[in-house]
Design a protein around this ligand. Structure first.
Ligand SMILES: [Zn+2]
Length: 479
């Protein structure tokens, strides 16, 4: 979830460029592009996740599938990304990527193999090469985004997103491409000996995960950017039909559930320590030693570049640090001369937040949905860095929310060494169900404060009325 506001603009600008490009590259050219983009993909999605050699496990599954693809490829490269986002994608030249967010959601090895096989299908059918050509066309439109983004987001953030090929990874596959990748992937996994029935089961988990996230975002029924459901639009019905069409049920098809659960036991869940942690409305960063509490009802998300948040009344927020060269600037100078230099700032004020110098201003802006909105900008000097809050409130609520926005900013503080040391990442734990356990009693052992039961169901593929059976193994999220 990188620089949400900018990406929404990017997508809007990109739409006219979605003409059909049928530029076919040579295999050599595809490999060269894949190799070039690989480094950028790693940078954008948190690098490789190597704990417990899980990256090797993913590669092992990929290389087990590889001999069974319909169109043999000269080279495959499988990468497990250290990102909590739920997504998977492929680059030209045989590069396949899976996030640990995907692994947390899968309940057996066949489900993961289904995702890997599907992405291999996109490579086999050369969809990724076509998508790359389209993304290049899209980047021509990105100059406009640079100008818009410049005012409030800083050109660096927008520039790096575009340069990193974000447009390519975030592009939606067409239905035709999805059906083709499904057919190829299902054949591959069936020939390898995995049950194709794992694919619709995992798709159901993806649906449920998206629905829960949208509920948390206050947009039930909406679509989630950067999520696998968005980039790979599929339905359980269509996958079931495809399974019948390829009629590929190996007699002894396996799921390998226990082997999979053994491997993911202890895996990181959610943010990594170097990105800081979100717990409900609280953001705390043990390495930067800072923290704050967002206003009521905000749902926060975190990535390398920023903490972003939304809530049902349409107010959005973004928290990040100013580019390093301004770290020693006075907050008011930076606000008026750099960050807000191109905006018409009103009500510029200086104040202090827990002893730190701060400055704030408002500006009337056009929101990305086309409506009028008020941006509240805040800069705080924390010694070695300048931190920035930006809240965007639609005009109909802008006036009444200003007090609570400033109250939230006033919770910004430096963490004590004890507070920083107490912050631990969340991890998945695989535990056996004991007799007498219910969904509720198991969910109560999870580390989060809200939506525990809902998350427990999504992670374990449980329906609401389904009873956990004694001896069955389930995933919990704990510290
Ligand atoms: Zn797909």
């Amino acid at each position: 979830v990188k620089i949400k506001v900018a990406v929404l603009l990017l997508v809007a600008v990109a739409t006219p460029a979605q003409a059909q490009f049928t530029v076919f590259m040579s295999p050599e050219k595809e490999r060269k592009i894949g190799a070039e983009e690989h480094g950028k993909a790693l940078k954008q999605f948190g690098g490789v996740y190597t704990e417990n050699n899980l990256d090797e496990y993913v590669a092992q599954i990929g290389f087990t599938l590889a001999p069974h693809v319909s169109t043999p490829q000269p080279e495959w490269r499988f990468t497990l990304l250290n990102s909590p986002m739920v997504n998977a994608f492929a680059l030209p030249g045989g590069y396949v990527y899976i996030t640990r967010g995907i692994m947390a959601l899968a309940n057996n090895e066949a489900e993961l193999a289904g995702v890997v096989g599907h992405e291999m299908g996109h490579v086999e059918a050369r969809h990724s090469a076509q998508r790359y050509s389209q993304a290049m066309a899209t980047q021509i439109g990105a100059g406009i985004v640079g100008l818009l983004g410049n005012i409030f987001l800083g050109t660096d953030a927008v520039g790096s997103l575009v340069a990193a090929g974000g447009a390519m990874y975030l592009q939606k596959n067409s239905r035709e491409h999805e059906d083709e990748a499904d057919a190829l992937g299902l054949k591959t996994m069936a020939r390898t000996g995995y049950s194709p029935q794992a694919v619709p089961a995992f798709l159901q988990s993806l649906n449920d995960d998206t629905a829960l996230t949208m509920k948390l975002l206050g947009r039930p029924g909406g679509e989630l950017e950067f999520n696998m459901m968005q980039t790979h639009p599929r339905t359980v019905d269509r996958v079931q039909r495809t399974i019948q069409e390829v009629s590929a049920y190996p007699a002894n098809a396996t799921f390998r559930r226990d082997a999979y659960l053994d491997r993911i036991d202890g895996m990181l869940f959610g943010d990594t320590p170097d990105q800081g942690f979100i717990r409900g409305r609280v953001f705390a960063h043990p390495q930067l030693r800072i923290g704050f509490t967002a206003p009521a009802r905000f749902y926060l998300m975190n990535d390398d570049a920023a903490v972003t948040g939304t809530r049902p009344d349409g107010v959005r927020m973004q928290f990040d640090s100013a580019p390093r060269q301004y770290a020693r600037s006075a907050p008011a100078d930076y606000l008026t001369r750099v960050w807000g230099a191109q905006a018409r700032l009103a009500n510029v004020e200086q104040f202090t937040v827990n002893g730190m110098p701060a400055a704030t201003a408002q500006a009337a802006i056009q929101s990305q949905q086309g409506g009028q909105a008020v941006a509240r900008l805040v800069v705080i000097g924390a010694g070695d860095a300048l931190y920035r809050f930006m809240f965007i409130a639609p005009n109909n609520v802008a006036r009444q929310v200003q007090t609570e926005l400033i109250q939230s900013v006033r919770t910004f503080h430096r963490l004590s060494p004890q507070e920083a040391a107490a912050l631990k990442p969340l991890r998945l734990r695989v535990v056996p169900v004991r007799s007498g356990d219910t969904q509720e009693s198991l969910a109560a052992r999870m580390a989060m404060e809200e939506y525990r039961l809902e998350l427990f169901r999504v992670l374990n593929g449980f329906r609401a009325n389904e009873k956990p059976e004694a001896g069955q193994r389930v995933k919990l999220v704990t510290e």
